[in-house]
Design a protein. Sequence first.
Length: 240
Amino acid sequence: MTRRPRGAPGGSPALLIAALVVFVLVTVDVLAGGPLTHLDRSVSAWARSTGLVGPGWEPPGRMVADQLVNFGAAEVAGVIVLVAIGWICVRGRTVGPLVRLAVLAGVTASIVLSLKYGTGREAPSGVEGSQQFVSYPSGHTATAVILWGTLYSVVAEYSRYGVSRQVAWLLSWLAPLLVMVGMVLRDYHWVTDVVAAAALCTVLLQAERLALGHWRGARRRSGSADGARSAAVGSAPGAG
């Protein structure tokens, strides 16, 4: 029997709207070549001046920056999150959390890839090859926000199954931030790439939480109404 999840973090309409505004403003600025793109170039020049960028240079700092990026790599972060959510599903005898993750990941990937190829933005100097003209928005940042954000939502609902809610909450904020820092330090992405990805995926996470909360609330109200009607019928004169 599936236990009813409790403690789900509710979505925030205010946060959703704020993130949407940030995403739209950044996107318009990038498409128009506005002031934020000048900031991008300044930060990129600073990143190159640190020596972290460029083949053949392997100081500890460069390796640390690469490890930060792994918090948004599907083959690293994805495995960790899948194992954690899979464990919760086994303990809770439900596939709901995995379905939620799959739907969110699919929607996110579709939107991010459409934006990448639709804008065709050239990446900074740290990127070469086939990924050189699909810079906007950052896929690693999007992956980090969705994976770690969904993990926190699931852990909060099924906290009895041994995964720390506090750790999951910390990772839901810290992991995407570390990815964003690593991407900029290594000159893999412009600042606006990572900010737009974080804002877009915050919108998606909040929308998912709001929709899920609305659906669960509707189910509870429907169940309560059915129970009240059954009780009224049972207590009616002549019933039974």
